[in-house]
Design a protein around this ligand. Structure first.
Ligand SMILES: *Cc1c(COP(=O)(O)O)cnc(C)c1O
Length: 475
């Protein structure tokens, strides 16, 4: 058959549109997207015939045209953002959405967000209210601060604080605290955007009281401490604590600002984790304004929480930038719910997924690992399934040196390579993101949820992911 005959074998668009299956697609999706998919698939088919002499394959492709159209149109209507299974063991995985929110919280938020709410409505007085009112009192109670608010994320919080308190003036900060927070975002650059000039003092490893003292001029508007949450400078070091900075600042009538990065409200050392300075500590030591992330160790929604003296917080609430950086109703609702859990430490540990994962006892993880191992072995997969000791990380730029002893289920495929398996797992309907160590796939059980165990096994089995030819063979 010559190429012209092959081209003629492709069904015409108007014939396709009369086809019952295509009609059903139009009914299910939309006429426009089905038309788009038809054109995409027809172009592919013509291009194939144009450059290939393989007549048999061309006929096969023509025969599969309808199912290709269906797959393309289905893909157009499938959301790209999906649930994934986190087998990496990194609890606050920034690329995987950082802190998971408790299901019970999400259900409440769904009820609030699918209707109207009192987000900015004072029900007592029947007039305009404030969106921070839902969690401001809670934050003050938990931290000892006078006032509180929240913006989109902690980077925004730093910018708003400096813009409100130090625009056009100078802010003194130690050279050892000029943090890059990931994705090439650097605290010094964020600060510059606020219109405040940074005055860097000390050296990378040592900053002394006298360095701050000597840097204070007429232009100084604030002293800033940045918690080096995602790195540590160890060895020959010296830093000046909040407790020392506060009297110095007071002497000059300046506020002390502290960017804590991760906002920890409970002493994690009780659970065998390195002590992270708590938010309450900063306030107790006299910091005037403190900011921290909502979705790091706090375990809540993405937000930048700002607490401190009322006169400063009021200034921030009035700043025009606040309108651009404000949180939405989902965040306001979610923050109130997560903060309420902290009214009881025991409830916080139990109900906040991030805290539950970080403090999960080793025996419990080992037990769950054995259960997952059993489920995977029972699936009869062509792979060696075992368990191995491993170390989880907290991630999200929190406690960078912390290693949490954990247990992983190991998968060693018999018919395909480990990189191949890793790639196929990423392409599953519910992608599974593992860690690869020493040419073995590791699923760290700390960050898995037990309800995901059967899902993992079923997907590996049904799609024959571990076979040479798999239904999910990576495209
Ligand atoms: C993570 C971090 C930030 C940024 O917080 P986001 O909520 O991610 O914007 C700022 N400062 C420090 C010290 C941090 O660790």
């Amino acid at each position: 058959m010559d190429k012209n005959n092959l081209y003629r074998s492709i069904p015409k668009v108007d014939v396709l549109l009369e086809d019952a299956d295509v009609q059903a697609m139009i009914e299910r999706y939309s006429r426009d997207t089905v038309m788009e998919a038809i054109h995409i698939e027809m172009d592919k088919l013509r291009a194939f015939i144009g450059k290939s002499g393989d007549e048999e394959e061309a006929m096969a492709q023509i025969a599969m045209l309808k199912s290709h159209i269906e797959m393309t149109v289905a893909a157009m209507h499938t959301p790209n953002m999906r649930m994934v299974v986190n087998g990496t063991g990194t609890v606050l995985h920034t690329n995987l959405g950082r802190a998971p929110i408790a299901r019970e919280h999400m259900e409440r938020i769904a009820a609030l967000a699918t209707g109207y709410s009192n987000l900015e409505y004072n029900l007592e007085e029947g007039r305009r209210g404030e969106r921070y009112s839902h969690f401001e009192k809670l934050l003050c109670k938990l931290t000892g601060a006078e006032a509180a608010m929240a913006v989109n994320n902690n980077a925004a919080a730093v910018m708003l604080i400096l813009s409100s308190l130090a625009k056009g003036g100078e802010v003194v900060v130690s050279r050892g605290e000029l943090v890059e927070i990931g994705g090439k975002f650097r605290i010094p650059d964020v600060m510059e955007q606020s219109g405040a000039a940074l005055v860097e003092v000390g050296t990378t490893n040592k900053t002394h009281y006298s360095d701050y003292e000597e840097a204070i001029t007429e232009e100084t508007k604030a002293l800033l401490k940045v918690h080096t949450s995602n790195y540590r400078i160890v060895g020959f070091t010296d830093t000046v604590g909040i407790d020392e900075l506060v009297p110095l600042a007071k002497e000059h009538g300046l506020p002390v600002i502290e960017d804590l990065g991760s906002g920890v409200l409970i002493d994690l050392s009780k659970y065998g984790i390195t002590y992270e300075p708590t938010v309450q500590d900063s306030i107790r030591k006299g910091a005037d304004v403190v900011c921290f992330s909502g979705d790091k160790l706090l375990g809540g929604p993405q937000a930048g929480i700002i607490i401190g003296r009322k006169k400063y917080i009021d200034k921030m609430k009035k700043n025009q930038l606040t309108r651009a950086l404000r949180i939405d109703k989902f965040t306001a609702a979610s923050l109130e719910l997560v903060l309420q859990e902290y009214l009881s430490e025991e409830k916080a540990i139990r109900n906040i997924p991030v805290l539950r994962m970080i403090t999960k006892p080793q025996e419990e993880i080992a037990r769950e690992a054995r259960r997952l191992q059993r489920i995977l072995r029972n699936a009869g997969l062509p792979a060696k399934i075992g368990t191995a000791a491993c170390e989880s990380q907290i991630g999200g730029g929190s406690l960078p040196l912390e290693r949490l002893p954990s247990t992983a289920v190991t998968i060693k495929p018999e018919k395909i390579s480990v990189p191949e398996l890793e790639e196929r797992m990423r392409h599953l309907p519910v992608p599974v993101i593992p860690r690869t160590v020493n040419d073995t796939i590791l699923l760290d059980v700390r960050t898995l949820q037990s309800k995901e165990f059967h899902l993992i096994a079923d997907q590996l089995k049904e799609l024959e992911v571990l076979e040479k030819t798999s239904l999910i063979a990576a495209r």
